[in-house]
Design a protein around this ligand. Structure first.
Ligand SMILES: Nc1ncnc2c1ncn2[C@@H]1O[C@H](COP(=O)(O)OP(=O)(O)OP(=O)(O)O)[C@@H](O)[C@H]1O
Length: 192
């Protein structure tokens, strides 16, 4: 099984003219989960994007081992395709895998164009793709936004199963995320 590891060392993040945080270090090993907490605009999404390699660090460095799957408010699913075909695109790349469609309440929606899915359905569709991706590192940006109570619990359960199987979950959320043994990193502690 592919190893999972994240090391963030003395990280600083700058957006535009402003340094948002500095001096941030953390290490995550297989099976660990961490919630990044903080108010709007403090830099939670920016941190996840830097860890994903989608944005540059202003200072410090990041080391990751294991494939990374990022879920944010923009599902990487073609809005014009029916959900089944949009997920099928990724299945051809990721390899066939159980996307947990039934569990995610998506089995009856495969003929619906992605753009017509509700906010919560889109979020669940993004989770289906993430599960199919089989990435060892999950970066979840506000994963509970727009979800009803049942879907929130399901998302937390899926993340717990992912960590139980040796994955890593780094979760940016301004609201509580229930996951056994999950630590919390208050980004305000590193505000520049
Ligand atoms: N490309 C950019 N150029 C300039 N400023 C940016 C850029 N991207 C983000 N910002 C700013 O950086 C700050 C941090 O944004 P970020 O999305 O990381 O915050 P967040 O903690 O995830 O917020 P929220 O809880 O609202 O999702 C915000 O003030 C935002 O306006």
């Amino acid at each position: 099984m592919q190893e999972a590891f994240i090391a963030v060392r003395d990280l600083a993040c700058r957006r535009g003219d402003r340094v948002l945080f500095r001096g941030l270090s953390l290490t995550m090993n297989a099976g660990e989960a961490l919630r990044v907490a903080g108010s709007n605009g403090i830099g939670k999404s920016s941190l996840l994007r830097i860890v994903a390699g989608l944005a540059p660090a202003f200072d410090g460095n990041i080391e990751t081992r294991g494939a990374i799957g990022l879920v944010d408010e923009r599902p990487a699913l073609d809005p014009h395709l029916p959900l089944g075909k949009a997920l099928g695109f990724w299945q051809r790349i990721d390899g066939a895998a159980d996307n947990e469609l039934g569990r995610l309440g998506l089995a009856g929606l495969l003929d619906v164009p992605v753009r017509y899915l509700s906010t919560g359905q889109k979020k669940r569709a993004a989770l289906a793709r993430l599960i199919g991706q089989k990435a060892r590192i999950w970066l979840l940006d506000e994963p509970l936004n727009g979800l009803d109570g049942h879907a929130m619990e399901l998302t937390e359960a899926l993340a717990a199963e992912h960590c139980g199987a040796g994955g890593i979950a780094l979760v940016a959320s301004h609201q509580a995320f229930q996951l056994p043994g999950m630590g919390t990193l208050a980004l305000a502690d590193y505000a520049a």
